[in-house]
Ligand binder design. Sequence first.
Ligand code: ADP
Ligand code: MG
Length: 326
Amino acid sequence: MKVLVATKDLAVFDALQGIDGLEIDRALFTGQIYDALPGSRLVVVDFDDLVEHPYSVGMLRGVLSDSDVPFVSSEEFLAEPDSWLAEARRMSGDATDLPTKRTVAFVSYSGGVGKTILAMDTAAHFVRRCKLPACVLEFSYGESALAARVDQEIPALFELATQPNVEAHKWNGVTLVPMDYDNSRDLSIQLLGKYLKDIMREHVLTVIDSHWPHALIGAVRDEIDRWYVVGTPRPDAMDNAEKLAAELGPKAVILLNQKGGIGDSIALQGIQRALEIGVEKEPDRFTGKLGKKVLMHTYGEATWGQFEELTFMEKWRRRRVPKTKR
Ligand SMILES: Nc1ncnc2c1ncn2[C@@H]1O[C@H](COP(=O)(O)OP(=O)(O)O)[C@@H](O)[C@H]1O
Ligand SMILES: [Mg+2]
């Protein structure tokens, strides 16, 4: 059985020496702990010892609290190691992997292709299925389309980045950071980058909704793992998408949104696209139909498929329930 040890306290390693059937995993980076969590039966962790990369300690503590894996400080563990190991043995072994940290961006030269809808549905569906934190960061000009989708006044980037006590709005569990360009343009890229990277450390999935080009995108550009260049079946829109994908380089793929019938398929022959999303009747109900397709592509069908079958939390819970014959 695997015990995850995340402390500088060597006495913990001494206490675990020579016990049969123990596999000890060491980790001090928050990301290593997150990655090693599935399959661990016990975590001995001193939060003060951790290196906050790529997650904050607060974010990791939240994930641990939501999981069923017992976690304990070195001091508590050393006071009664045998009972903690007995507790660990009561857990069963297998659990699904956790989704890896990702930053994906929806971009296009033109408006109205579906960036905002896709960004929101992707983040909301991620939270729905994984019960792990996700955020949407907007890079737009003029009025925030992201804020407009929420039926109330919510804080935007300038206020969030300059006033430490103002908290970002949560929508369906998703942290929203709308852009108010007329104010935020006065902030330095460094300051914005620092604020936005702090936000990203609190979330497993970051979704960026960006007009292209955008004067402030440099604040997060290096963090982006995948660019979805969004196009619609209009020929000029797909031409533009091809140009932008080429400009953004190997991390960019084309997402064809609002694909209609057979006519569209013929008109779009020869245009490379990594995924297609059809016309939905009520995309602004955010049922996850659009987001699921994106997440299947981002994480791969096999990996994301597991989360579609059963939520991560359900899986964690199930492994404790003894198997009974039906
Ligand atoms: N797959 C889809 N099916 C049907 N309508 C869509 C789809 N994607 C986007 N839309 C609609 O297209 C319009 C523009 O979408 P939006 O996300 O605001 O675009 P952008 O952010 O690129 O300007 C919205 O009214 C939205 O509801
Ligand atoms: Mg938009």
